[in-house]
Design a binder for this molecule. Sequence first.
Ligand code: DHK
Length: 146
Amino acid sequence: MNILILNGPNLNMLGIREPEIYGAKTLDEIEADCLEKAQSLGFAVDFRQSNHEGELVDWIQDAAINMDFKALIINAGAYTHTSVALHDALKILDIPIIELHITDPKKREKFRHISYIEPLATDTISGHGPQGYCVALERCAEILKS
Ligand code: DHK
């Protein structure tokens, strides 16, 4: 059973980027945690990051066409708050979608309060820090079991 984890812009800079807000872990370390967690839950994980909106749209479209993933976890970074294109692509996807944020955007600047992902998400995980990725995987396991 495969789970796709997509990361949007600037998440490749974790570890360097505002560690007081996003934590000290790098994206590579988070990916390693996800692989371990997924294995313990009986999943395989495909973990990707892009700074480009179109590439994220392409990956979501591929997942919709090829139907090779059972669920999507997406931290769209700043595109969460701006991207109608990601919203439209996610609408095509007929699998559970977990919206993920390291921080809690609703408790931050006003421009982060809108999410174009949220209306399409089965659930949202936010404010758990880098550990949120593993929380999202656990949530996927619950959703896929039920
Ligand atoms: C990550 C980002 O890059 C921001 O643009 C979002 C999100 C919040 C996070 O908390 O993971 O506003």
